[in-house]
Design a binder for this molecule. Structure first.
Ligand code: SAM
Length: 271
């Protein structure tokens, strides 16, 4: 009897241990931008990309420069401080194919300086440095994203070109940049316009998915990306490009979304 109880206890213990293991296996993974995978643990589908409700008027203190050569902390991020201000948009990585197209559209040349505002895992700045050998700076407000970016920079050995900074993008002076990349939200792009207007003439702004109301893009591309897991599924990504100073565009009326409630109907079945 005692032996049987011990056996049951052992089985339960093994099951709990197996569950813990599989939970950790699903945690964030940093990979090179060339490998087409990415940080997946926190990513949510684009459909869920929406602004945080939490807003604050208080300005972020002076931006904090992070030495990209620094060794990232060893643990999984649980020890990180929460962001001082809630991010204005959740983290969703741009697929690597789209990053490639964004950088192509930006027509990056020697001497350019690329800023990614809300850099996530740093894939855009890392890709810019690797492919075009230019300086790039990634800004994010979330310490977890900063940690992932630093690890990405390090594993791709581009510390000499890429800097990662923890900062609120709405407090930045962008004038050093000649290329700015965005994957935020339409209203956040508009909120950035006073800062973007101060960029040097000829600077390029490239935005994944979202336009900038009132500014006429010079180029709009649709990028189709094949899903890694489902052969027949592909997602479409729009990329917008502006050159500073941009041409004004009569703002189009905002399209309001309307979701028709679908009601199920019970139909009596008679034999
Ligand atoms: C949709 S993700 C884009 C990530 C990356 N640029 C890419 O395309 O893969 C937006 C990022 O912006 C960051 N973010 C949101 N609000 C911010 C703010 N006010 N200042 C700095 N970063 C912010 C989020 O933490 C998130 O990593």
């Amino acid at each position: 009897m005692k032996l049987k109880a011990q056996f049951v206890y052992g089985v339960v213990l093994a099951m709990v241990f197996a569950c813990c293991l599989s939970a950790t296996a699903g945690e964030a993974k940093i990979v090179s931008p060339d490998t087409e995978s990415g940080v997946t643990s926190e990513a949510v589908p684009s459909a869920q990309l929406k602004g945080s409700e939490e807003k604050t008027d208080s300005k972020q203190e002076a931006e904090e420069t992070v030495d990209t050569g620094a060794q990232p902390p060893e643990s999984g991020g649980e020890d990180l401080e929460p962001p001082e201000k809630a991010p204005d948009v959740v983290y969703v990585p741009t697929p690597h194919e789209v990053v490639k197209k964004m950088l192509e559209m930006a027509e990056i040349k020697k001497g350019d300086v690329v800023y990614d505002l809300g850099c996530g895992d740093g894939r855009i700045v890392v890709a810019a440095a690797k492919k075009y050998k230019v300086k790039a700076v990634g800004f994010d407000i979330d310490p977890k994203r900063i940690k992932e970016s630093l690890a990405n920079v390090k594993s791709n050995k581009v510390e000499h070109l890429v800097t990662i900074k923890k900062a609120d993008i709405f407090t930045l002076d962008l004038r050093e940049a000649t290329v700015v990349t965005l994957y935020l939200l339409p209203q956040l792009n508009v909120r950035l316009m006073p800062q973007l207007k101060k960029l040097k003439p000829g600077s390029r702004i490239v935005s994944h998915a979202f336009d900038m109301r009132g500014a006429k893009p010079v180029q709009v591309y649709k990028v189709k990306v094949k899903d890694e897991d489902y052969e027949y599924y592909e997602s479409e990504h729009i990329v917008y490009k502006w050159v500073v100073p941009w041409e004004k565009e009569e703002p189009k009326p905002e399209i309001e979304e309307y979701w028709s409630p679908v009601e199920s109907e019970l139909v009596p079945v008679t034999n």
